[in-house]
Design a protein around this ligand. Structure first.
Ligand SMILES: Nc1nc2c(c(=O)[nH]1)N[C@H]1C(S)=C(S)[C@@H](COP(=O)(O)OP(=O)(O)OC[C@H]3O[C@@H](n4cnc5c(=O)[nH]c(N)nc54)[C@H](O)[C@@H]3O)O[C@H]1N2
Ligand SMILES: Nc1nc2c(c(=O)[nH]1)N[C@H]1C(S)=C(S)[C@@H](COP(=O)(O)OP(=O)(O)OC[C@H]3O[C@@H](n4cnc5c(=O)[nH]c(N)nc54)[C@H](O)[C@@H]3O)O[C@H]1N2
Ligand code: SF4
Ligand SMILES: [Mo]
Length: 746
């Protein structure tokens, strides 16, 4: 929504795309400039909350280093080019490789902002399908893939991820997440700090399990420091204790579960005493936590990065939901619930279940998971010669050279590619290797609707942001960029009439709906097509999804239902109410039940064996800071000012033992590499654990990030190990990496 104000200023409302919280921003725009950013007080979900990143939206949007024209490599240099020249270069580079070496010779890497972009959500699947390669990699295997696999086995659908019903719960157990810094993940709840404070103010209890006294741990009723990577044992012992103390009460879920007795057998070896040493958590405390959780009127267990990016991420993620089920807290108000997004679909309560490994990666033989391979093996596929070797790479909204373990090796591999094209606004660690860079418009010039995060939202809401500013001359929408790439790799050529293609697709979907037995049966395709609104193909597609969704107007068949036009009339969003129970409808398992003890998980627990003895080996974990976001916000002056954020945090006992001093320099070494950086000594981290944030190390040659380069820091993924993965999901192990730390002469 855009309104004219005094002094030629106007206000535009827009959902912030910078993290999963989806806060409403109020942008004041003068001429062509965003002159002020505030939280939108009327936003139905965020109610005015924003963080420093949202406040810097204007600066980020106007970043002088942002590319405003494509780049094409000529004589080794990335030079400005027209769109026609850029697409012609892509066509030439890719077509040759596809023709000579087949589809698997071209790999695709999709990065995190893909899920923050409407066009990315709608059209990266089109590109993926057109490309037809098995070599698909995404940031998911650096992040939450274990949760998808766990949900796949438990509920039959990798996307059925329950979220804590924070505003109604009495007890919240958080493991390995720091929402005070991250603002929540797989958990869309703007102002999580405020919501957590409200939980405590109404007498609820917050417990945080984390090797660090994180910002969230600092406000909790109880902080339980744990040895990194051992949550799996803590949780096994908690499930054991539920059975041993006769506290298993699935309640309303009882008729919807299978595998209870197999589960009891599986956890029987894990008495709290048998895991206490490995976890560094007292057996009595494990019992107390379990009894508190069982006794709470309502409760939710939630885990994030510290429970997924670890050696046993999938079984850890599975145990979290097992606890939610066994205490009767899954799918009930105040527990862990499944959102139903406005563009989402209700299920049938039964399905084909979940499967991995339909094909395997060429070099390491790693199973496909949700149609992709682990990002840790991208370097292997590029560097290992032979039939099926990756020779070209397409990156979309990704910075794998920064984000993937053993980044130095991946950097070298990518440098050796025959051809690379990146859809990205910056020349950064990764895109400096590209032959062609296709820049998207700045976020203020793109329409926005959160196709991803409304699936994890603590209330069902819908909010559409039209572009706040018209697209600058010389730019191309992200949807058009993706569709042109898709046309090229499909062999249709860069000049294909992509509008005609999407129109055909849209009409096919409509034809399916009118030919179906649903509410649109018997209606005319032409009438429905004429009724769709939207200023772009992506917007029309969204309109269709909203209108035929669970709250949709079904083209007039349902009074008061949602449509894009209706959302446009509500620039602060529409609240669709608190979360509602969804079991059994959401289940897609063959049994139509929650499968508590799926075979692949039981086998993995079998391989896990007993908890190891206490260890004093030094291990590395990460951390996030409110002013940062992965690798790409360090070029905004407001977000990097002040003391450097990229330091190694060390416990005071370790510092004494290793002769490290606060403010001094240290060298951190792992199996794969080493980095030198400043030491911070504190007792907010457990002994035996050190922490370095990821996303830094902006000092590689050929980058064009003038601010970030002055605040380079070091890349923690020069230390993380590409050979270390969670076996069930292929997810990278980013926490609990063995390292040595030694002082450097000052
Ligand atoms: N050691 C360690 N490593 C980690 C993590 C960790 O905790 N520790 N965290 C992991 C996690 S959770 C994640 S999600 C990954 C992220 O991994 P990646 O997705 O590979 O990295 P990002 O830093 O998010 O890079 C985003 C890229 O998108 C570009 N971009 C920004 N906006 C847009 C846009 O609108 N359109 C397009 N096309 N591009 C855009 C940026 O310039 C940048 O190049 O990193 C992972 N790596
Ligand atoms: N400010 C900011 N916000 C972000 C991002 C960002 O980079 N900066 N990134 C976004 C992305 S892509 C994601 S995926 C989310 C992540 O969201 P969160 O998971 O909430 O993010 P983190 O702050 O990394 O929290 C992980 C916590 O796990 C702890 N930890 C590490 N290892 C272990 C372990 O073995 N066990 C336990 N129990 N804890 C452990 C760490 O100390 C840390 O406090 O944040 C999103 N939001
Ligand atoms: S919390 Fe996330 S969505 Fe909200 S303003 Fe900050 S970056 Fe944007
Ligand atoms: Mo992430």
């Amino acid at each position: 929504m855009v309104g004219e104000g005094d002094h030629g200023e106007r206000i535009a409302f827009r959902t912030c795309p910078l993290c999963e919280a989806t806060c409403g921003l109020e942008l004041t725009i003068r001429g062509d400039h965003i002159v002020r950013v505030r939280g939108d007080e009327s936003d139905v979900l965020s109610h005015g909350f924003i963080c420093p990143k949202g406040a810097a939206f204007g600066e980020l949007d106007a970043d002088p280093d942002r590319l405003r024209t494509p780049r094409v490599r000529r004589d080794g240099r990335l030079e400005p080019a027209s769109w026609a020249e850029a697409f012609a270069a892509v066509q030439e580079g890719i077509t040759r490789i596809l023709r000579d070496h087949g589809r698997d010779a071209v790999a695709l890497y999709l990065g995190n902002p893909t899920v923050h972009s409407l066009a990315g959500g709608l059209y990266t699947p089109v590109l993926r399908k057109a490309l037809g390669t098995r070599n698909v990699f995404t940031a998911s295997t650096l992040d939450q893939m274990p949760k998808h696999v766990s949900s796949g086995y438990l509920f039959g659908s990798p996307l059925a991820v329950p979220v804590p019903d924070i505003d109604r719960t009495d007890y919240l157990l958080i493991l390995g997440a720091d929402p005070f810094s991250s603002n929540g993940s797989l958990w869309t709840a703007p102002d999580l700090p405020g919501r957590l404070r409200a939980l405590r103010a109404r007498g609820g209890r917050l417990v945080v399990v984390d090797p660090r006294r994180s910002r969230t741990a600092k406000v909790a009723d109880l902080h339980v420091p744990i040895r990194p990577g051992t949550d799996v044992f803590l949780l096994l012992a908690m499930v054991h204790e539920l059975f041993a103390a006769d506290l298993v009460r699935p309640g309303h879920l009882l008729e919807h579960v299978t595998g209870l007795s197999e589960l009891a057998d599986l956890v029987s070896p894990y008495r709290p005493e048998s895991v206490a040493q490995a976890c560094g958590v007292d057996a009595e405390l494990i019992r107390r936590l379990t009894h508190e959780l069982a006794a709470a009127p309502s409760a939710a267990v939630y885990g994030r990065i510290g429970t997924t990016t670890v050696r046993h991420g999938t079984i850890t993620s599975w145990l979290i939901d097992v606890l939610n089920v066994l205490t009767g807290n899954l799918d009930r108000p105040g527990g862990a619930m499944f959102p139903l997004a406005a563009h989402g679909r209700r299920g049938r309560g039964i399905g084909r279940g979940f499967q991995v490994g339909r094909w395997t990666s060429r070099v390491r033989g790693l199973p496909e998971v949700v149609g992709e391979f682990p990002s840790v093996t991208l370097a292997d596929e590029i560097s290992t010669p032979g039939e099926g070797q990756v020779r070209a790479l397409i990156t979309f909204a990704g910075n794998p050279v920064s984000s993937v373990p053993n980044s130095a090796r991946l950097d070298e591999a990518i440098a050796g590619l025959e051809f690379m094209v990146s859809v990205d606004p910056y020349v950064n660690e990764t895109t400096r290797h590209a032959d062609v860079i296709l820049p998207p418009p700045p976020p203020s010039q793109q329409a926005h609707y959160d196709l991803s995060f409304y699936n994890f939202s603590v209330r069902n809401v819908a909010n559409f942001s039209p572009p706040a500013r018209p697209m600058s001359a010389g730019l191309l929408g992200e949807g058009e960029i993706l569709l042109r790439l898709a046309a090229i790799v499909a062999g249709l050529g860069a000049d294909t009439d992509i509008d005609a293609l999407v129109e055909t697709e849209l009409r096919q979907t409509l034809a399916g709906l009118v030919g179906d037995t649903g509410p649109l049966a018997g209606r005319e395709v032409d009438d429905l097509r004429a009724a769709l609104t939207g200023d772009s193909a992506a917007e029309r597609q969204l309109d269709l999804m909203l209108r035929t969704g669970p709250y949709g107007d079904w083209f007039g068949e349902r009074d008061g239902g949602l449509s894009l036009a209706r959302l446009r009339e509500h620039p602060h969003g529409i609240d669709l109410g608190p979360l509602q129970p969804r079991i059994p409808e959401i289940l897609r398992t063959p049994s139509g039940r929650i499968e508590l003890c799926p075979a692949p998980i039981a086998e993995e627990v079998g391989r896990l064996g007993p908890a190891p003895a206490a260890s004093s080996e030094l291990v590395l974990i990460g951390r996030r800071h409110l002013r940062s976001n992965n690798s790409w916000l360090h070029n905004v002056p407001a977000l990097v000012k002040g003391r450097p954020l990229c330091t190694v945090v060390v416990n005071s006992a370790d510092a004494r033992r290793l002769a490290l001093v606060h403010g001094g320099q240290a060298r951190v070494t792992s199996r794969v590499g080493e980095v030198d950086l400043t030491v911070e000594v504190t007792d907010d981290i457990a002994p035996g654990v050190v922490s370095i944030p990821h996303g830094w190390g902006h000092d590689l040659p050929g980058m064009e990030l003038s601010v970030a380069q002055q605040h380079a820091g070091v890349n923690s993924n020069r230390l993380t190990d590409d050979l270390s993965i969670d076996p069930l999901s292929g997810n990278a192990v980013l926490n609990g990496v063995p390292v040595q730390v030694a002082p450097l002469p000052s």
